[in-house]
Design a protein around this ligand. Sequence first.
Ligand code: NAD
Length: 365
Amino acid sequence: MAAVSNDKRPVDIHQSPPLDLSIPYNPAWVKGRTILVTGGAGGFGAAFVRKWAGHGATVIFGDINTEQGDQVARDIQKETGNKNVHFVHCDVTDWQSQVNLFKEAVKLSPHGGIDTVVANAGIAKADILQFPCDLSVAEPKQPKWQMLDVNLTGVMYTSHLAMFYLPRNPGSKNCTPDSDPATAPRDRHLLFLGSVASLAGVPLSPQYAASKHAVLGLFRSLRGTSFAQGIRVNIVCPYYIDTPMMPAFLRIAIAGGGLGKVEDVVDAATRFTADSRILGRGVVVGPKIKLKPDDNGELKYLGEDADIQPSAVWEVYADDFQYTDASVRAIVNSLNAIQKAQGWIGWAKDCLAALAYGVGLGGKK
Ligand SMILES: NC(=O)c1ccc[n+]([C@@H]2O[C@H](COP(=O)([O-])OP(=O)(O)OC[C@H]3O[C@@H](n4cnc5c(N)ncnc54)[C@H](O)[C@@H]3O)[C@@H](O)[C@H]2O)c1
């Protein structure tokens, strides 16, 4: 592998600058957008749907739990008065089921496109790698990798469909850190749900950790190229958070360490979704804690009595592209060159598409 540049020269991947989480964003920027969420019948998914529908977005969510999904859609419609909240049965491990979810979302979208896709559905179960084989048999049975199926294959399907449908969002523009989220609501955004298990091993859950490491790898790779299709990608990595995914034994295992709150995960996901200037960034979300950077930029715990505001959201994996190897840089530079060469042709195509849309020939696909 070629040497890594040590001159800190940033590679032009159209990534936005480090997040300043003290700068407020307006959740109302999601108004008028169409958002697709997988696994929206419970936990974070249902909380995202509730928040974004409350701010005037159209939200289409899929889940395997039909009864709960229907109920959540009805409840949120009633609470928010927003009728553009729709549940569609979807098993993310089934390709055709996800294709159906995306097609339904396009049909139900008032503007005929999808602005944000949230690859949220995920499961955590007792891990069969922890309880391996009955050693008395001649050979072990073929294992079923249920967590990899949902958390990795399901997310890969969602990403593949997002890469197809987001650029077909009529009237949307290529993502850029220079956009104005208040006036440019049409977006092309793919948001991943990673985990602290994306960043560190989890001794009792190797399969879960493997699936979430893979999601992080997907995010880190895609953010180097997705700008070529005008798509921004971001990732939220929650710590242990108080949802139905957390079984009693895990709550006991982390007792004393603190559980994070769903509202903080919703806050992080809403910042990414609402603020179209954020490209290629990642955050962890945990219990609220008082940390402050020291003179070397390292975060230090100051104790609960310290006179600063606690925070639950911290940026991670912000700058790895600045130190990337030559092969990655060559690919990214080529993409930039292609994009530049296509400049005028791309502009003319977009203008024709916008005119066609204006006279009713674009619209729903
Ligand atoms: N809760 C946590 O502590 C935590 C921490 C880190 C990351 N996460 C991640 O956040 C995401 C959401 O987790 P959560 O805590 O809200 O979980 P949850 O169990 O509360 O909700 C997950 C939802 O996904 C649905 N689902 C499961 N399998 C599905 C499938 N095959 N197809 C479609 N839908 C399916 C479930 O029915 C449920 O409604 C997951 O990706 C999870 O790995 C959660």
